[in-house]
Write a protein that binds this ligand. Sequence first.
Ligand code: HEC
Length: 141
Amino acid sequence: MKLKEILLTLGVVSAMTPSLYAQEAAILFEAKCAACHTTTRPSDRSTLVAPPVMGVMRHVKMTYSSKEEAVKFVIEYALNPQESKAVCMPQKIKHFGLMPSQKGNVTKEELQTIASWMYDNFPPKGFHGMDKGQGKSCKGK
Ligand code: HEC
């Protein structure tokens, strides 16, 4: 390959990096979290085993205003879920049971990627909750 072609290829690769990152994050989420947390609005909620990701992130963002804090919370919760740490939805824990720790299933580095992606992509614009008024059960809100 000529030098010019190599440089062109490198240019293309670096231009693709942000979307590759998002793609990697989406794949990680799919592999590690999506078995329980769906990324689409469910048509049949009775089949759910955990709250969908847009609901989770809506509540996380209601409690943690900065991305840094929100990401930190998600990482910690995934590794060490505790009822006292949950940002909201006590009725969710009653309904689904406490989330099992994902320690051993996912690394902290992977969680950093996943949590950042969750923050950037959820809830989607225009999403205002599954049920009206559920946000009121959030701690301190
Ligand atoms: C085996 C099923 C299962 C898997 C896998 C799973 N979760 Fe959960 N998750 C739950 C359930 C059930 C809840 C609701 C109960 C609770 O909050 O503990 C929940 C709740 C959450 C919450 C909200 C905590 C709160 O404040 O109420 C976050 C954040 C979360 N999960 C992140 C993740 C991430 C990130 C992954 C992937 C690394 C993941 N979960 C994988 C079952 C799961």
